[in-house]
Write a protein that binds this ligand. Structure first.
Ligand code: PMP
Length: 436
């Protein structure tokens, strides 16, 4: 619309050109509720972007807003001093872990962003082990601060930045659509599990023993890739056998995104450190942190600090989001509605030779576009056009993947069937235009 264009033009003039919004999604936002965004011209959009996996309980969720309003009139900023608000949230976080491991874990707030939590996790692992190296995964995304950037594989974000945290080594992520087997024998003939094992155990890998491995249990920005059953368990087993810590970055996969509180709970793999952020802030309040095993606590008072960690309004929003999810059983609903969306996308796949893969867990779903289903050659050009067509018809979503050819759907978990049906109709019409 006209007003959106005006604001986009102004933004281009006075705000840094580094802003990241898809240029083929030219929208200026006025307000949002649930799974729907309204732009400044009065157009409505279905939000499968979900604030990049943040708005799990929906935009402006009234239930959560009540907690926020009550808290902000009492106390907003309290540094690390104890408050009932904060301790109640920590109890909720621990209380949502599997019962048998609850007593083993502690919580540490990291600061406002996911990157803060990643930095804290890396630091804790290094202090605990007295070692320096980190094994990270190809296609992984962990943030933009220096340490988090060092463990993020995409060179696009690292060009000309040559002085990042040293001693990071990337190994292949298990990518079922493009791998041949659980060993991770992928198209480049790099054998995932074997290679990983070699890195940890072989005196000729050139890599000294790392402090930790850092992995997303479902790769988010990498294209919502769910690894094969057993993969994470095998990684954890090998890491622990070699006295290496395991960090799961659940910043995107966590907070009921996949139906369970955390994705690791859908597997038998148990990490030593878990990072959280995004959805924890309920309706978009900044919060992040770690859940880690008490036995690895190796840092003392004030060894890691942060002015804005433990923000009381963010914490109240997180409490509200937990209570809302528990009261309305949103975890179960996410599984149910995610399966519904996945089924509809698989039906769509029957109509299009370019949809190579539909995958995901709960409401974290990836659709991979290829030029040919046999060669699986990525088709990012199609994705670009398709997103522009969907935008025109009122559907927003993120694009990601190792080859920028994956539609990333991370809608609010409360999205209704009716909204999904509308989104599917938009995709159907858009595919038809793109295939003409
Ligand atoms: N880890 C993961 C898995 C993420 O998806 C993200 C954000 N996309 C981050 C870390 C970084 O979070 P932030 O942008 O809040 O620093």
């Amino acid at each position: 619309g006209e007003k959106s264009k005006e604001l986009l033009k102004l933004q281009g003039e006075i705000e840094s050109s580094v802003v990241s919004y898809p240029r083929n999604m030219p929208i200026a936002i006025k307000r949002a509720k649930g799974s729907i965004i309204e732009d400044v011209d009065g157009n409505y959009f279905i939000d499968f972007f979900g604030g990049c996996g943040v708005l799990n309980v929906g935009h402006g969720n009234e239930y959560v807003l009540k907690y926020v309003k009550e808290q902000q009139s009492d106390l907003i900023h309290a540094l690390d001093f104890p408050t009932e608000n904060k301790l109640s949230l920590i109890k909720k976080i621990i209380g949502h872990l599997p019962e048998e491991i609850q007593k083993d874990y502690k919580v540490c707030f990291g600061g406002p962003t996911g990157s803060d939590a990643v930095e804290a996790a890396i630091k804790l692992a290094k202090i605990k082990t007295g070692r320096d190296g980190i094994i990270a995964f190809m296609g992984g995304y962990h943030g933009m601060t220096s340490g988090a950037l060092a463990v993020t594989s995409d060179i696009f974000f690292r060009n000309h930045i040559t002085s990042l945290m040293p001693n990071v080594h990337f190994v292949p992520y298990n990518y079922p659509y493009r791998d041949k087997s659980i060993t991770g024998d992928n198209e480049n003939n790099i054998s995932g599990i074997e290679y990983f094992k070699n890195v940890l155990t072989n005196g000729h890998s050139g890599i000294t023993k790392p402090a930790a491995i850092l992995i997303e249990p479902i790769q988010g920005e990498g294209g919502n890739i769910v690894p094969e059953d057993g993969y994470l368990e095998e990684l954890v087993r090998i890491a622990h056998e070699n006295d290496v810590l395991v960090i799961f970055d659940e910043i995107q996969s966590g907070f009921f995104r996949t139906g369970s509180f955390l994705e690791f709970m859908n597997t038998k793999a148990v990490p030593d450190i878990i990072t959280f952020s995004k959805g924890f802030g309920g309706i978009g309040f900044p919060i992040s942190g770690l859940i880690y095993k008490k036995e690895i606590e190796a840092w003392g008072p004030a060894a890691h600090i942060g002015t804005f960690r433990g923000n009381q309004v963010s914490i109240a929003a997180a409490r509200g989001a937990f209570d809302f999810i528990d009261e309305y059983n949103i975890g179960e609903y996410a599984k149910y509605i995610g399966a519904y969306l996945m089924d509809k996308l698989k039906e769509l796949q029957l109509d299009s030779p370019f949809i190579g893969d539909v995958r995901g867990r709960g409401m974290m779903i990836g659709v991979e576009l290829v030029k040919d289903r046999d060669t699986k050659e990525p088709f990012p050009e199609f994705v670009k056009k398709f997103r522009a067509e969907c935008f025109q018809r009122g559907l927003l979503f993120e694009v990601g993947g190792h080859h920028n050819n994956v539609l990333r759907f991370v809608p609010p978990l409360i999205t209704t069937k009716k909204i999904i049906d509308n989104a599917i109709a938009i995709m159907k019409a858009s595919i038809a235009v793109c295939q003409e």
